[in-house]
Design a protein around this ligand. Sequence first.
Ligand code: ADP
Ligand code: ZN
Ligand code: ZN
Length: 744
Amino acid sequence: MLYASVIVDISLAKLDKCFSYIIPEELRDRALPGASVVVPFGNRKLKGYIVAVTDQVDIDPSRLKPILELQQEALSSQGQLIALAEWMRQNYGATMNQALRTVLPSAKRQAPKMRKVVHAGAEAEELSDALALLLSRARHSLGKERLLRELLHQPDIPWDELTQRLSIPSSDIRDLEKKGLLTIEEVRSLRDPLGAVRTQDSHWELPELNEDQRQICEDFASRYDRGDHRPSLLFGVTGSGKTEVYMEMIHHVLEKGRQAIVLIPEIALTYQTVMRFYLRFGGKVSILNSRMSPGERYDQFLRAREGEVSVMVGPRSALFTPFTDLGLIIIDEEHESTYKSQQPPRYHARETGIQRARLSGASVVLGSATPSVGSYFHAMEGDYHLYRLKRRAGGGQLPKVHITDLRAELMAGNRSIIGRELQTAIKDRLDRGEQTMLFLNRRGMAGFVSCRACGFVIKCPHCDVSLSLHRDGRLHCHYCGYQTEYKGICPSCGSKYIGTMRAGTEKVQQTIQQMYPAARILRMDADTTKSRHGHQKLLEAFANHEADILIGTQMIVKGHDFPDVTLMGVLAADLSLNVSDYRSAERTFDLLLQACGRAGRGDRPGDAYIQTYQPGHYAITSAADSDYTGFYEQEIAYRKLMKYPPFGHLLQIEITSSKEERAVAMGQFLKEKMIAVDRELTVFGPQAAGIARIDDVYRQILLVRDGSYQRLVAAKDTADVALREGSAPSGADVWFDFDPMDGF
Ligand code: ADP
Ligand code: ZN
Ligand code: ZN
C-alpha cells in the first residue's frame, strides 16, 4: 500500500501539519510530490498538495481515508515548488518542514498593507463645471481647487500624493467624495524596492552587442526555441560583457511570455547592477536582498506570482520566486561558495536551480570568469553547453603579475611580510599619488603547518590535503582521521622555521605604517566593518582617495572598482592554498585572479605581486598567467586521482551536543547503522571537528565518501531512519551536508 503525505493549508504557520492519505490503486502512477489533490477532511473536502509518498505510516492505516481526486494536468507552479522541496529534502537531508519553509515564501502570512487611491468620479466636463463654480466664489477652498485641477489632469491619484505632496486636506477630499465627484478606493499595497530608482531619470546608455555576444545570444535563442534546455556555461573573463548577454537572453524568454530569475551573489548586487537591469526591463524587474524584512520579501513573491514583475534579481533565495511560467534561471558568478546554504537543507543553488528548471521546462545559464571545476568538467563532458567570451568588451588591459618567492626573501634576510619588490612598488605609488591595495588572504586560518625556509607543507599521506595542528598538539587529517605527532622540525629540510602561519591585518597595518610613516592607510576586516554601514563607508572613503593604501581580507577582493588603484599586493597566497580542503587550490586560483584584476581598472596599466612560499604551485602560476584552462587541467587530474568531486562525493555528518560523549556515541551509532545496511561503505570517524567546541557545544564529524551520490543519499536515509528508532542515543543533533563547501 502507498500513502501520501498531504499538506492542506499553505498558510505557512501550519507547514509542519501534513496528513496521511491512502493512494487509491488507479492514482498510483500520478500521485507524485507536488500533485494537486482533493482530500476528505473532517466532513469537508479540501484541496491540497502531495508532499511525499511513502509505503509506511506511523499511525494505524485502517484509520486513513483515500485521496478523492487528483489533478490531471502538469504541476502548478506551487506544486513545482513543493516537488522541488521534496527533491531537496531527499538530496541534501532535512525535514520536510525545513525544506518547505525554504521554498515557500515568508513564514508568517502578513496582512498586506493597504493604501488609498482617489479616482475621478465624474466625466471631465462635470469636473470642469465644478471647478468653474468653485472659482466663481470669491473665497473658495484652495485645496478643493488643486484637487479638481489634479483630477482633470490625471484621473487616478494616490491618496498620499494628494495629502502629502499637494498638501490637500483630507476633509476636502472627503467633501468631494460626498458630492460624487470622486471615489476613494483601498488597494493592497505591495512594496516596490525599486520605487526609489524609478523616479530618477537616468542617462545610461545600453551598449550594442559585439559580434561574440551576438552569436552567443543567437545560438541560445535557437536552442531555446527548439526546446533544448540543457544548461549552458558562459565562461567569460571579467568585463567581457556577460551581463549584457544575460539581459539579451532574458529578453528572448520574456517575449515568449515567460519569466526569469537572475541569481547574483549578494556582495555583487550593487546599485549599478540593479540599475542596468532596471534600464533594460523597467518595471518588470524586482529585487530581493537580505536586508529586506520578511514582509518586503513576501511582497516581492506576491508581485511575481501575480505577474506584476517577470524578472527577479537576487541572491540564492530568489531561486524560489513563484513565477507561474518560469523560463530561465541565470546564475552569475556560479563558482561562488555563497550559493551553498548553511541551513538545512544545505542545498547548492546550482543543482537546485537545474532541478527547478527541469520541473518547469526552463533553461539554466551559469556564468563565471573562473568556473567551478565541477561546472567546467560538465561542460567538457557535454552535459552543459559551453559559451566563451575571451575579450574585455570595453577594452582595458590585464595587470602585469609578478611572483615573489618568500623563501628567497628569508634567505636574503628579509623577515618582514612585505617582499623587497613590493616595498619598492608601494613607495613608487605613494610618490605618484596612485593607490595600493594589500590583500591578506586569511581564508581558513585553520592551522596547517609549513616551512618558511623551504616551503614544505605537511600533508596527509593518504588524502593529499594539508594536516591541521589541533589543540592536542598533534596533526590531524580532516578527510580520513589520520593523526601524527608534530615535532616542530621541517621533515624536508630540517629547518626549525616551521609552524602555523599567523598574520593579522592589524599587524600588517602596523608594519606598513612603520615603513611608510606618511602614508594614509585604511584597514578593512571583520573588526572595522562591524557597524551597519562600516563596509560601505570604508569603500567610499577609499574611492574618494582619502587614503593611499587599503589593507584587507577577502572583502576587498570582490567586485569593487577603484580606478586609481594601480598596485595590488597579495601578502600570503599560501594561507588559502593549504587549508585542509580538497578545494583549496581552486579557491586560491579564483581569489588570486580576482585580486590581480583589481589593479589597473582605469586607463593606467597596473601591477600585481603575489607573495608565496610555493612559487611553482600551479594555482599560483596559472593565476599569474590568467590561464584558466592550464589550471583546470592540473586540478582535474588531481581530483580524478584522489576521487574528489566531481569524481566522487562526500557526505559530512555533523553531530553536536552539549556533552562530548553523547556526540561521540551518536556518531558511533550512526556509523554502525549505515555499515549494517551497506557493508562496503567507506565511513571515517567519528572524530572531533577542527573547531571541536563552539559556544560549549561539542562537534563530532562522520565522513562518508563514495563515487556515487545516490549511495550517499541512501546512507543518509539509513541514518535518518535510525535517528527515529527508540534505541538512538539522545541529547545530540545531527546535520547532513553533501559535498560541503567549508571544511570543519
Ligand atoms: P561582465 O558581466 O562579463 O563582467 P559586463 O556585462 O559588466 O561584463 O560588461 C563590462 C563593461 O563593458 C560594462 O561597462 C558594459 O557596459 C561594457 N560592455 C558590455 N558589452 C559591451 C559592448 N558590446 N560594447 C561596449 N561596451 C560593452
Ligand atoms: Zn623546510
Ligand atoms: Zn587523510
